[in-house]
Design a protein around this ligand. Structure first.
Ligand SMILES: CC(C)(COP(=O)(O)OP(=O)(O)OC[C@H]1O[C@@H](n2cnc3c(N)ncnc32)[C@H](O)[C@@H]1OP(=O)(O)O)[C@@H](O)C(=O)NCCC(=O)NCCS
Length: 272
């Protein structure tokens, strides 16, 4: 290959996909061998990790991705998908509008929570501390720094998040079977216990806490976990965008038409 052609080839060099006319390979695996043999979840794993999941990993990964797909139009991302669709824009625009609000505050707790679990597990490994002591030390520093809400715990709507226990059970089984890195379910429980001790009340693990424990155990880095949440929630965003597109409502606002917001500005001037 001449130098300029090589420069162009190297411009977007990637480990992920290789193509030539009539040939498509992902991480060295021909697409025709993947089709019918690898599930969508398995393909996500292959794309992100460069290999196929081992037994037990794909089921757990799929369960975490599945559990977070939707939380109804009370969630800003879903409401935005529906409002955007009612404005007559394309489905990709509605989906992008919704995905764009997923960040540190809405949808970001999972990423922050994996980082927290990693920090606790690393401290336990590098010290004489028990897991509970490591959790207490890390959370002590967390609260001392002025932060109030531990990511992955508490819920505005559910007294107990119905998604957490089944996900944690699956994680424990995978840990017992040696399919994933051990320690994350225990770290999640240690955090829950420590918050209860420090706050004097039980603040249960939510979906972001449970999926964070799973993604951590499966070896995903924290920033990637936010991407996984966006991937998962995109399923709900797609379904709601599509449902709303079937309706005749146009320019649907965030509250019913007859309701107005509270005005907090200057009163109407009486001066003529
Ligand atoms: C989701 C969330 C906003 C719900 O909060 P809420 O139930 O409305 O809780 P409130 O703000 O009314 O707080 C009630 C009390 O519980 C405490 N609390 C609630 N969630 C807490 C958490 N995650 N960590 C520590 N304390 C928490 C508050 O500090 C407050 O204590 P106080 O009475 O001593 O001040 C909150 O739990 C949170 O921010 N969690 C972390 C972010 C997260 O995981 N988001 C994803 C949700 S699926």
């Amino acid at each position: 290959m001449d130098t300029s052609k090589q420069q162009a080839a190297d411009w977007w060099s990637t480990d992920i996909i290789q193509m030539s006319p009539g040939e498509i390979n992902f991480h060295g695996r021909p697409i025709q061998e993947l089709i019918g043999n690898v599930s969508f979840v398995g393909m996500i794993w292959l794309m992100l990790k460069g290999e196929l999941p081992k037994p037990g990993q794909e089921e757990l990964f799929g369960a975490a991705l599945m559990a977070g797909v939707d939380h109804g139009p009370q969630a800003p991302s879903i409401a935005i998908a529906r409002m955007a669709s009612s404005c007559g824009i394309g489905i990709n625009n509605a989906m992008a509008s919704a995905a764009n609000v997923l960040g540190d505050v809405h949808g970001g707790a999972g990423e922050q929570c994996v980082a927290l679990f990693n920090q606790i597990l690393a401290l336990q490994k590098d010290s004489e501390l028990s897991l509970d002591q490591a959790a207490d030390k890390v959370l002590g520093e967390f609260f001392d720094s002025g932060k109030k809400y531990v990511p992955g715990f508490g819920h505005r709507f559910h007294p107990v998040d119905p998604r957490s226990a089944p996900l944690l059970n699956l994680l424990r089984k995978a840990e017992d079977a040696g399919a994933v890195q051990a320690g994350y379910s225990a770290a999640a429980e240690a955090v829950e216990k420590t918050i209860a001790q420090r706050k004097g009340r039980h603040i249960p693990m939510n979906i972001d806490g449970a999926t964070a424990a799973i993604y951590g155990a499966l070896g995903f880095e924290p920033p990637l976990c936010r991407g996984l949440f966006v991937l998962s929630r995109s399923v709900g965003i797609l379904a709601h965008s599509w449902e709303q597109m079937q309706r005749s409502e146009r320019n649907k606002g965030p509250i019913p038409k007859g309701w107005l917001w509270t005005y907090t500005g200057k009163p109407v001037s009486q001066e003529s």
